[in-house]
Design a protein around this ligand. Sequence first.
Ligand SMILES: [Zn+2]
Length: 488
Amino acid sequence: MRGQGELALLAQAAAEGLTLAEFHGGTYKTTDPAPAPVPSWTVVVEGGDAAVKKAADAVTRGRILGEASNLARGLSNEPGNTLTPREFAKRASAIASEAGVQVDILDEREIERLGMGMLLGVARGSVEPPRLMVFRYDPPGAPSTPVLGLVGKGITFDTGGISIKPADGMEKMKDDMAGGAAVACAMRAIALLKAPIRVIGIVPATENMPGGKAIKPGDVLKSAEGKTVEVINTDAEGRLILGDGLWYARQLGATHLVDVATLTGACVVALGKITSGLYGTPDEWVEQVRVVANRAGDRVWPMPVFDEYKDQLKSDIADLTNTGGRPAGSITAAMFLKEFTGGLPWAHLDIAGTAWADEAKPYLPKGASGVAVRTLAELGDGGRAVLDAIEQAVRSLKRDGAHVLQRRLIFSDGVEQRLGDPLTVGVAFHQLCFLRIGHERDLRKRAGHRGADQHHKRRLLHAKVFHRLVRPAQTVHHRALHLRRELA
Ligand SMILES: [Zn+2]
């Protein structure tokens, strides 16, 4: 293994790429046998035992991420008559629980008990009952917060319902559960990677069919949260089931939300088949997701969610409509979802264009792409994301006179902090930001420094970012204030 960059990252990328290339979608052909799998491959690294150990760990990591993506591809390739909501729940449950994730599958009665009128509304047009998959990864010793909540759209086949789709290309609508597959398979990877934080996965699964009991345009549904929705177009069903899913993730204690969905054709118009749309709030959280996705190999690009877009969802008789017309269709879909996030940090990935490859590439056969699995898994392994962000910030601090010595932060003013696991790093960094804001502002003010305010603002921004990422903020805040007093 040779190349530009850090050995571990190179080894991981090689293992991921090779694993992704191994995928064979499986077909229902009775005559063509599947190609023989690659017998073996070897990663050779230069250096001593430490380098080999590092590379071996990275290869394991790459294998886990690649295999999880392949499992998601397999699920999304399955035809709608095979992968009904019940079958999807059964297979996803096996995939995740095998790795030690706790899985609960709620049936239509339990869904009704939760008051999920939007999920039940969409399911009404089908003879296949809906399911709600609930995944929990709760590693021993993990802090009570943050809790990452992943929500994936699981429409196992989307006809559009009464607002039925044109026949052309409708067969692709079997992949409308790709977001749900991404969540289930990412939960598996998160457990195998032994992520340091708690993660909850929610996948509402149903068909969207135009049966005799189907919801009709103009019908009003009541969400589990209590908000009422006037259904203008029954083909905008993904946001309905996700709205109830996002609510449920909050009920189970999620503090940070990410949802993934093949949501809108409008997103495909905007970004094509290369890039997934990224929406959400606040900016710091969305940026964190963008950075992680970029590193994970999923192309995403941020889109605006300005409040003014919400005007397009005004209903005459209900709290909201489920569509906002043609202009900015992917954004108004996101605005709809935002109504169900309870103000938590939330990011939404629209994978309508990226979930399915029309052309084969060396690492990607034609068909389901397994998009977003690696992003969600790396986010779940969140300590790492936090750590990377912090290390970046540390680098900028270093220019300001702080030194990092063997995982200890030593500032020029003599404050020293030991860095432990990623989460305590976040907490420590947060403390230090506060310390240094106070300390530096005082020093600079005393010295009559003109740039003091500017500097203070920048520090405060750093502190805010980590305040949001690392939740035990109150305690930290108090400790920081206390330390500040001591310093003064
Ligand atoms: Zn639809």
